[in-house]
Write a protein that binds this ligand. Structure first.
Ligand code: ZN
Length: 335
């Protein structure tokens, strides 16, 4: 790949979201959510985080491609840092080529599905899909297509071509796995945990310093538990609930705010995880659950998917209706 054509350290810093001529925000909102801990929200959609210790810093997720994210990171911290990805979806790895190196789960790379665009196959899966999802030639049309419902509200968020910034570095991909730790110094250690389902190798990260779990998309209303046995999903939920009870974390921050116009949070309450647990249990017990229709936000012309839901208000969770309840050969005892 070519050099740092996107990298312009002389451009004005964009710490504050500003209104454009049409009245919409088009720059990330940066919020301090803990001691030396920042949430960077890209266009009312995905959240990225910067965490700083005494020796190093960590970046969690790399967004979509509508800001010079590296410049933001390096204006918040002057420490050396690692970029940790929760999962290899385009709204979380979109700007990875702004960085020299990222950590991502091997499963998410190997099992990345072939992608279609307008009925045409554009990638063959695995690394080819990762390359396609993060390619630099990417325009507003794709933004509108890919994010027509991802972002908050068009009257609030109103980006144009000028904000597109993907990065074109030849980024080294390192694999992160369950139990890996990143010591930022001063007692702040980030530990990686797996929580598949939303993606095959989804990871979340617990920060021992501020006691925050950064959960990407594995614990939010859109956690995607529809793709595997409910019993297995429930065990991952219960493991995380136990980590909460043991005091490993006190707050969860998700990969999205205002996703599809739903304002779900900065810090997300534990009730969201509890509702995921209750939904899984009801499914396993064969009890009645709410059924919902989930519009296909990438292909609105397609019929909505059938989903199941549990909970009220901002704590409500909904997932695609699962096709499998139990793992093969497993005794049917609801944990
Ligand atoms: Zn996401």
């Amino acid at each position: 790949m070519a050099g740092n054509t996107w990298l312009d350290f002389n451009a004005p810093k964009n710490h504050e979201a500003k209104r454009n001529e049409n009245g919409g925000l088009r720059e990330p909102i940066i919020t301090e959510v803990g001691y030396k801990t920042w949430c960077i929200n890209e266009l009312g959609c995905n959240n990225m985080y910067v965490l700083e210790g005494t020796e190093r810093a960590a970046v969690i997720d790399a967004g979509m491609g509508y800001c010079n994210f590296r410049r933001i990171v390096e204006s918040l911290t002057d420490k050396p840092y690692d970029v940790l990805i929760t999962h290899a979806h385009p709204d979380h790895i979109g700007m990875m080529h702004q960085f020299d190196r990222v950590y991502v789960s091997e499963t998410d790379v190997v099992k990345a599905r072939p992608r279609m665009l307008n009925g045409v196959q554009v990638s063959s899966g695995g690394m080819d899909t990762i390359r396609w999802l993060t390619r630099p030639d990417f325009d507003m049309e794709e933004f509108v297509w890919n994010n027509r419902q991802h972002i908050g509200h068009w009257e609030i968020w109103n980006p144009d071509e000028s904000v597109i910034c993907r990065g074109d570095l030849d980024t080294e991909i390192c694999y992160v796995k369950e139990g890996d730790t990143f010591d930022l110094g001063g007692g702040r250690v980030i530990t990686a945990y797996e929580f598949p389902f939303h993606s095959p190798g989804h990871m979340y990260y617990i920060d021992s310093g501020e006691k925050i779990a950064f959960t990407g998309d594995c614990v939010n209303f859109n956690n995607g538990a529809g793709e595997g046995p409910v019993s297995k999903h429930l065990r991952y939920c219960l493991r995380m609930r136990k980590q909460y009870e043991e005091g490993l974390f006190k707050r969860t921050f998700t990969g999205h705010s205002t996703y599809c116009g739903i304002i779900d949070v900065m810090s997300q309450e534990i009730e969201v995880l509890d509702n995921m647990i209750e939904l899984d249990r009801r499914l396993l017990r064969g009890e009645k659950v709410d059924t919902v229709e989930i519009p296909n936000h990438l292909h609105p012309e397609m019929p909505p998917r059938k989903g199941v839901a549990y909970g009220e208000g901002v704590h409500r969770v909904q997932v695609a209706a699962p096709s499998i309840l139990w793992e093969e050969g497993e005794e049917h005892i609801v944990p």
